[in-house]
Ligand binder design. Sequence first.
Ligand code: FAD
Length: 475
Amino acid sequence: MTNSSSLAFADEDVRGFGMCIGGKARVLRPTSTEQLADAFAAVAKDGGSLALRGAGCSYGDAATKNGGQVLDLTRMNQILGFDPATGVATVEPGVTVRDLWRRAIGHGYWPRVVSGTMAVSMGGAAAMNIHGKNNFALGSFGECVRSFELLTPRGELVRCTRESDPELFHAAIGGFGMLGCFTKLEIETKRVHSGRLRVWGIVAKDLAHNLQILEDLKDKADYLVSWLDLHGKGPGLGRGLMHRADQFEAGEDPQGLHWFDPVLQDVPPNLFGVVPKGWLWPGMWGAVHLGQVKMVNALKFQAGFKEERNSPYLQSHGAFHFLLDYVPRWQWMTRPGGLIQFQPFVPKEAGERVLRTLIEQNQQAGFVPYLGVLKRHRPDPFLMTHAVDGYSLAMDFAVSMRKSRREALFAHCRKLAEIVLEAGGRFYYAKDAVLAGSSFPRVHGEAAVAKFRALKAKWDPQRLLQTDLATRLGV
Ligand SMILES: Cc1cc2nc3c(=O)[nH]c(=O)nc-3n(C[C@H](O)[C@H](O)[C@H](O)COP(=O)(O)OP(=O)(O)OC[C@H]3O[C@@H](n4cnc5c(N)ncnc54)[C@H](O)[C@@H]3O)c2cc1C
């Protein structure tokens, strides 16, 4: 019988995407369900615990285990099947969003829900129940999962659909890796009739205008997302540039069929065909560290008027969705301190008041995020859901190396969290690093948390699956 010390765990530095959270851990990369089951059994026998990790794109501590053991699923990365008649893919958990669209697009399909980076794995996407720029229309990632296989800490391999076991289906999806490990998923993609989207840039003069555009277009547009200049004050508070993108109907864009070629959807390695994009982040480092974000934002906002005049224009699906991937390692611009993202979800009725207060409080406290992204959402049926009928505002804060300044930033975010929770808002653990354990039942309600804890006790009685996030929240 294997014990955990005889498994080939290697010492590594395991951090969240924001780089400021995590630390040394012992990492194992299984390549099959059998190896995964062996690791579960061996660690359980030793009374230890494990964190599951996909591509490590969660900003905070959702996939870290400081000083502990981590199972990295990225080597279980086979697409086991793709049905061109239905667009349903059968995948292992380490398959990425990029792998999926590359397989689908040649057949005229695109994933229904994608994140802002294509590096995310299917296991991580299901465990966090990710959302895209179309959350208001098509819902969350879990809504396009047809079935999954889950290896539970008890050692059972459970095949689950929303009909066969609705309770487990709706708790494991969005259950941040607490109930078992997805080993196989069936994922629905959607038909597209062109490899391109029709895109509009729309200047929003302030927060109210931004929210009004979301309300006016949410029943018409396929995708909506707004960049916000969080330095904007007075009449310009919450100003930004909204992007609307629509798919083409069949036959509307015959030339767009050429763009079913995955090479044309991918991110080019060089800027203007010459400059390696890996060299761009040092320039952005200067903007963050030399206080130039305010000026860059003002220029970007002004440039929005030209984009609006030139709208609509055509963009590949890849270019529209994965803008952040255009600058490899962009997060390094926040080195050495790294970054945290804080993404509150606020019900529609309280949206303008709460988001205005958050933006003002940032400015008053001297913690102005270098990036703000506004989206429209709709509720979903998952137990640990972060969605609301309302808005989210993702705010990226650079973290200082100075301990006092870092602690002040975290305390500031916790203060913002109070305002959000008071208004009935929620949080998204892929983007959280600061919430106190006492907030966990306030995000989901006492009843939902009690149910989740009962499911944890049922499927993981030894508490084999643990992460730094789970410890922080007291799951
Ligand atoms: C640049 C950038 C842009 C992003 N944009 C968006 C966005 O637009 N929308 C959005 O919703 N999110 C977005 N995210 C967040 C990202 O989608 C989530 O953090 C997602 O969960 C990351 O997937 P991952 O494979 O990296 O998983 P990880 O971050 O490695 O893990 C996430 C969680 O999944 C669990 N897990 C991983 N694999 C499995 C498995 N096989 N079985 C069970 N549990 C597992 C882990 O324990 C952990 O709790 C973005 C992140 C980045 C870096």
